[in-house]
Design a protein around this ligand. Structure first.
Ligand code: IMP
Length: 203
């Protein structure tokens, strides 16, 4: 061979967007799917649309705990129309990364919603089973309207077609965390949406 040498091992290339994430999480992260700036730009757009659609109406935002906390806060403070906030907590039976559609209400609304315009704020719609239950449950209370704003949707995973009026981003069929979304209660506080390395799930 004519003096060829093995190429040096390439230095680990950091995933783009990783610099905005605290170093303590870097080893767990496979890729940054949606950066914080893109999330905020999209929430600007969605909130502006909600402002227009609900002008002159009395909007009640219903955040689904815990995943929707940051979407709720970020949408609510962008709105220029008056809006009240309430929260529900539901538990969906299933494995750690999929839901079964059997839903239990852990915390119900404090507010009567009869005759109100309700906008459910979600972090992600995956199979759609949780949201389907929630929409049926809220509709039975005779609100004037029920619509949904979700930061993320995984359309390829949908088991029930649901009308989601405001969607932030479509994501592929991968488990994501950050911006409220967790794995075993970790990673909710990340400002970006990221995927985790397989070994993280293996524990
Ligand atoms: P669905 O009933 O399958 O639509 O799931 C809804 C709930 O499952 C969401 O509100 C999340 O709490 C959780 N979930 C679904 N996909 C993900 C994910 O990729 N990361 C984190 N949580 C998820």
């Amino acid at each position: 061979m004519s003096g060829q040498t093995e190429p040096p091992a390439s230095p680990a290339v950091p995933s783009p967007g990783l610099e905005q994430i605290p170093a303590v999480f870097h080893d767990d992260i496979e890729s940054v799917l949606i950066g914080a700036d893109d999330i905020h730009r999209r929430l600007d757009e969605l909130a502006a649309q909600v402002d227009v659609d609900y002008a002159d109406r009395e909007l009640l935002l219903v955040g689904v705990l815990k995943g929707a906390i940051f979407v709720m806060a970020d949408v609510a403070r962008r709105l220029t129309i008056p809006a009240s906030m309430d929260f529900m907590a539901v538990s969906s039976y299933g494995s750690s990364t999929t839901s079964s559609g059997v839903v239990r209400i852990l915390k119900d609304l404090d507010t009567e919603i009869e005759g109100r315009d309700v906008l459910i704020i979600e972090d992600i719609v995956d199979s759609g089973l949780t949201l389907d239950y929630l929409m049926k449950n809220l509709r039975s209370r005779k609100p004037a309207s029920v619509e949904v704003l979700s930061l993320l949707t995984k359309p390829t995973r949908r088991e029930i077609e649901l009308p989601i009026r405001y969607v932030g981003f479509e994501v592929p069929d991968v488990f994501v965390v950050g911006f409220g979304l967790d794995f075993s209660e970790s990673y909710r506080g990340l400002r970006s949406i990221v995927t985790l390395k397989p070994e993280v799930y293996a524990g």
